[in-house]
Design a protein around this ligand. Structure first.
Ligand SMILES: C[S@@+](CC[C@H](N)C(=O)[O-])C[C@H]1O[C@@H](n2cnc3c(N)ncnc32)[C@H](O)[C@@H]1O
Length: 287
């Protein structure tokens, strides 16, 4: 086996692991769909405003999860247009389909699709949306190049990634506690993860090298509010793909220690019985 065979085998294993982790939390995302949407809506509204979908357009959503952002676009492209809501985790695709049914959206189709190898025709879509997806991909350069390939010339991409971990305590503090307690290794700055695209310079490089013009990048702040300790804990254990297998594997004693330390680490954000966290995304639009 050559070193490059070995590297691509490792990448394939990482891809399969990630897909299985996302499948496992799809029911949690579905259960918490209203609270996720209520907090994160400003991020998607920015993306839709900047994508500016027109009646009749075909819009592709990548790494869609429940497809909230794509389902917003569905209203704007109207009956003569369509949205293609995609994710590589089959359970997420199923959850997005259920979400569309309950919202009465009829011009959406759902596909299991890996953003790094889309299997879609070249120049076949007018716009692409991807919220909180590219930074998790094993080879984001490949995913951006695929995005450019499937977009019509002049078509637009609007996406969102997380700003630095210090600015996103909702997601980062539990990871810090798990590292401090020795349950997970310190994050590898090169490996896919929530905060690996927090540097606008890295975003620009990936986007431009994929054949887009310079992207416009803007910070989009929002708040994550949780009514009480339980609500935040359920959010962490049921939706965080990389943590939840770690937490599930802990003894109840170890789990209680993690829970207490997470509560302690989040003290600056306690608000009444619950929590009020700041959050910041880096949103980008590119042609
Ligand atoms: C943090 S969730 C975001 C879901 C949704 N976009 C949202 O904003 O609510 C990340 C999603 O990316 C998907 N994903 C990760 N890597 C992917 C890939 N290479 N191709 C397609 N989907 C991917 C996961 O299955 C998961 O549903």
């Amino acid at each position: 086996m050559t070193p490059s065979d070995d590297a691509s085998m490792q990448q394939e294993e990482a891809r399969q692991r990630s897909r299985a982790e996302w499948d496992a939390v799809a029911p949690g995302w579905y259960t918490r769909r209203e609270e996720l949407w209520k907090s994160s809506r400003p991020v998607s509204e920015w993306m839709i405003r900047r994508l500016d979908p027109q009646p009749g357009d075909t819009v592709l959503e990548l790494a869609a999860g429940l497809g909230d952002t794509g389902l917003m676009a569905a209203r704007l492209v109207g009956e003569s247009g369509r949205v293609i809501i995609t994710d590589f985790a089959p359970e997420m695709v199923a959850a997005a389909r259920r979400r569309a049914e309950e919202m009465g959206v009829e011009n959406a189709e759902f596909r299991r699709l890996d953003a790094e190898q889309m299997g879609l025709e070249t120049n076949s879509v007018d716009g692409v949306l991807c919220r909180w997806g590219y930074m998790l991909m094993i080879d984001p350069a490949k995913a951006f190049a695929e995005t450019r390939r499937v977009l019509h010339p002049g078509g637009r991409l609007a996406f969102s990634v997380w700003a630095a971990r210090e600015r996103n305590p909702t997601l980062s503090l539990a990871g810090t506690v798990l590292v401090e307690l020795g349950h997970i290794p310190p994050p590898d700055p090169e490996a896919p993860g929530a905060f690996v695209m927090a540097d606008p310079g890295r975003i620009r490089k990936l986007v431009v090298e994929a054949g887009f013009a310079e992207p416009e990048i803007e910070e989009v702040p929002f708040r994550w509010r949780f009514a009480d300790q339980d609500a935040y804990w359920h959010f962490l254990t049921e939706t965080a793909a990389s943590f939840s297998p770690v937490l599930r594997a802990l003894s109840s004693e170890a789990l209680n220690t993690v829970r207490e330390q997470v509560h302690e680490a989040t003290r600056p954000f306690h608000s009444g019985e619950g929590y009020d966290f700041p959050a910041v995304c880096l949103n980008a639009v590119a042609h």
